[in-house]
Design a protein around this ligand. Structure first.
Ligand SMILES: Cc1cc2nc3c(=O)[nH]c(=O)nc-3n(C[C@H](O)[C@H](O)[C@H](O)COP(=O)(O)OP(=O)(O)OC[C@H]3O[C@@H](n4cnc5c(N)ncnc54)[C@H](O)[C@@H]3O)c2cc1C
Length: 562
């Protein structure tokens, strides 16, 4: 890889890498870009242009690598931009505006008669948002000289990827020093429930409905089900959520991180990293600064699993107040589309003693997502895939075949766009010999309903299970002046800190702006903050964020306003 030889040569005659500013490294890398010619293999070929693949491609281009990205959808941005995060958030925002105008302005003395929905226009706003953003990524590819291939990628061997063009032309073989699999995920199927994307739909079909259903049954009370259920409830549908578990809001699925922790000494303390080499230990991330008690918590449980129970119960109450119905501890045995329209579900209690049927105009199946490896040729070249269909990787995203890496939804960890993006950047930095790193202990998760639910770190149940002594501070938005002024008081901030060290271990927020507010918590946890660090940080008044500070104060002392 010419670029890296150049970097290595440069290293011997220049100040140590750590002494070079980041911009100088980038400039150095960019200068060497010209050495690669079209006949040479790519430094990296990325299969999949979603939030894992496209930032990886851009990063590689920015670092001067010769890079190609193969995407079979015909549009960049993956699930997230095309049929996931972005279109769902457009519908959530539009439907929230409608609900506010129709029912939410009363406390402010404002009423609007005859508030109407133009569903076609609402959908067109969503579509325009998607087109604009996906087109924007194509622009960035051009800017950073990423070769974009529209087609299906098939890995035919280490260092060789065949692209089968979308337009049906002859396949083209790309040679590559490194291959990154970023093929994402697709909706999971439910046995006995035949999806036709018209009456029985996945999230993809649910984003495209052409009329507002009178009744919608959501199978699965996780993030996607609650978000899509909220959209159509706000627009007028009678929504029932059927959930197998005893509670709602399962956090994004996460396989075991399966990473062998290794210990090393930095001269002050022996400590454990799960994802980085000792040589790449960054002082800002190093748990050695923290007491052994606080450190021991981090690797206990991966992100994912059930939501904090107190928050899940609170949200269930709020959703019920909004008119959503729930059938918990209920399983769906089968479903069929009815000849006269709509669908019938055959349900039973989990215990199997209450069989019943439930009819709906539309059924949304949102029972999770599965990794997407179909047609990639992994079996032929011997890349290991685990029981859950995930490509197996080590702590550095490497598969068992040298030179082939994998990131994003197709590997272990929470199925989230920002997790995929972090991994996309990290793998490119690692290929470039830099210390790319993802801290899986501080990946936030958000449900974008109203109010929103945001979480980072451990739940109370996880701490109890791990036998960690903790302190808990909560602060309700009912006691927050800005929330009162906004007449938007549903929710609370809950903070969990180590009883011995006061290090923050988990933050859970229900608030209209929880998805933005959690960033403060993520940053605090990334820097190993204590609850007192947050409680003594000045927050502007009057803001919802003051509740964040007061929850921190409640953790080690008392809040002022409650
Ligand atoms: C309705 C919905 C809402 C969501 N909301 C959020 C949210 O608010 N926040 C959040 O963080 N996450 C959200 N997610 C999850 C998020 O979309 C995914 O975690 C994220 O897109 C994963 O990124 P990825 O790059 O790993 O995979 P993907 O986004 O799935 O991208 C993979 C790409 O690879 C392409 N591909 C697959 N196989 C091949 C092949 N052989 N050759 C070429 N191309 C191939 C696919 O066409 C796809 O475009 C949501 C998902 C859904 C469905």
């Amino acid at each position: 890889m010419l670029i890296f030889h150049s970097l290595r040569l440069a290293r011997s005659s220049m100040p140590a890498r750590s002494q070079l500013p980041r911009s100088a490294l980038t400039a150095l890398a960019t200068r060497t870009r010209g050495l690669a010619s079209a006949a040479e293999p790519y430094d990296v070929v990325i299969v999949g242009g979603g939030p894992g693949g496209y930032p990886a491609a851009i990063k590689a281009g920015q670092m001067g690598m010769k890079v190609a990205c193969i995407e079979k959808r015909g549009r960049l941005g993956g699930t997230c931009l095309n049929v996931g995060c972005i279109p769902s958030k457009a519908l959530l925002h539009s439907s929230h505006l409608y609900e506010e105008a129709a029912h939410g302005w009363g406390p402010h003395g404002i009423s609007a008669d005859n508030v109407k929905i133009d569903l076609a226009k609402l959908m067109s706003h969503k579509d325009k948002t998607v087109t604009g953003l996906t087109g924007g990524i194509e622009g960035l590819f051009k800017k950073y000289k990423v070769d974009y291939f529209k087609g299906t990628g098939e890995i035919v061997g280490a260092g060789s990827v065949k692209c089968h063009p979308m337009d049906g032309g002859a396949a083209q073989t790309l040679t590559a020093k490194n291959i990154v699999i970023a093929t994402g995920s697709e909706p999971a199927k439910l046995n006995g429930v035949p999806v036709d994307e018209k009456t029985i739909v996945t999230s993809t079909g649910c984003l495209e409905l052409t009329s507002i259903p009178k009744t919608l049954v959501v199978v699965g009370g996780g993030v996607i089900g609650l978000e899509m259920g909220s959209v159509w409830r706000r627009l007028g549908a009678d929504v029932t959520v059927v959930e197998f578990l005893d509670g709602i809001g399962a956090r994004p699925p996460s396989a075991s991180l399966d990473c062998a922790a290794h210990a090393h000494s930095d001269g002050t303390n022996t400590h454990t990293h799960t994802h980085i080499e000792p040589s790449q230990c960054l002082p800002s991330l190093c748990r050695a600064r923290l007491s052994p008690d606080a450190r021991a918590v981090a690797p206990v449980a991966p992100v994912g699993g059930p939501m904090d129970k107190e928050m899940a119960k609170t949200m269930e109450r709020i959703f019920k107040k909004q008119g959503m119905k729930f059938k918990l501890k209920t399983k769906v045995n089968s479903a069929e589309v009815l000849p006269g329209g709509g669908a019938r579900l055959h349900l039973d209690s989990v215990a199997g003693d209450k069989p019943e049927t439930l009819d709906a105009d539309i059924v949304l199946v949102s029972t999770g997502r599965v990794p997407n490896t179909v047609g990639l040729g992994l079996d032929k070249i011997g890349v290991k895939v685990n029981k859950r269909g995930q490509v197996e990787i080590d702590d550095h995203f490497a598969t068992n075949v040298p030179g082939i890496y994998a990131i994003g939804d197709v590997v272990r960890g929470p199925m989230l766009a920002h997790k995929a993006e972090e991994e996309g950047i990290a793998i490119i930095e690692q290929i470039a010999g830099k210390g790319g790193h993802v801290n899986y202990d501080t990946i936030p998760g958000v449900i974008y309903t109203h109010p929103e639910v945001a979480t980072v770190g451990k739940t109370e149940e996880e701490l109890i299970k791990a036998g960690i002594e903790y302190k808990k501070g909560t602060f309700p938005f009912m006691a927050n002046s800005r929330a009162r002024a906004n007449a938007d008081t549903d929710g609370l901030v809950k903070m969990l800190a180590c009883a011995k060290t006061d290090r923050v271990l988990g933050i859970h927020i229900i608030a209209s702006n929880a998805g933005e507010m959690i960033a403060e918590g993520v940053l605090a946890m990334e820097y190993g903050a204590s609850a007192e660090d947050i409680g003594r940080t000045c927050h502007a008044h009057p803001t919802m964020s003051e509740a964040f500070k007061e929850a921190a104060m409640a953790t080690y002392d008392k809040p002022i306003h409650f």
